[in-house]
Design a protein around this ligand. Structure first.
Ligand code: ZN
Length: 185
């Protein structure tokens, strides 16, 4: 099932996210719905707060990148209760976008390598290092479970340039090809 995606300015993006309990009702269906919602919106990652669920869960599917095997290959994973325990390397810029901030793409500085602990959808515990695109997308999605949206990292000048667009978004003026919810409509 395709769910509406909350847009910049919606309180769900800034709320505190709870740990997922193993008896969380219909968790498998929620995960399937998140993959459907992400694919429908042409995204590569989606975090639970973006569909108005304030829990520590995100999904990533990098199939569309067609990465070589040593760069993550057909990277598709569910991250439950993730914790980034280490970040490594000289931070680099990469152009990011976000399904909750439609139509805005900006360069964001992040370290290239991370070590992340998480549970998969079968509740197996993982402790893994990622680099390249998988590390980038995981850091962006991890920020969502921490209540951070990537535009917060932009310079004051950039924020000024985008101010009108972001303010419009909080008022429900959204240019997206998928279903969205904003605070005021
Ligand atoms: Zn995002």
């Amino acid at each position: 099932m395709i769910l509406p995606i909350v847009v910049y300015g919606h309180p769900a993006l800034k709320a505190k996210n709870k740990e997922v309990e193993s008896n969380y009702p219909e968790l498998q269906k929620l995960i399937d719905d998140m993959f459907d919602t992400m694919r429908n919106a042409d995204g590569v990652g989606l975090a639970a707060p973006q569909i108005n669920k304030n829990i520590r869960l995100f999904v990533v599917d990098l199939s569309s990148y067609e990465l070589p095997e040593d760069k993550g290959g057909q990277f598709k994973q569910v991250f439950i209760n993730p914790v980034i325990v280490e970040r490594e390397g000289e931070p680099e810029y990469f152009n990011e976008g976000c399904l909750s901030v439609p139509d805005i793409h900006e360069d964001v500085l992040r370290p290239p390598r991370i070590r992340i602990k998480y549970f998969d959808r079968d509740w197996n515990l993982h402790d893994e290092w990622f680099d390249g695109i998988p590390a980038r997308v995981c850091q962006h999605e991890y920020d969502h479970v921490e209540g951070i949206v990537f535009v917060e990292y932009l310079s004051n000048l950039k924020k000024m340039v985008l101010h009108r667009k972001l303010t419009d978004m909080t008022k429900g003026v959204v240019n997206a090809h998928y279903k969205t919810i904003s605070t005021k409509r």
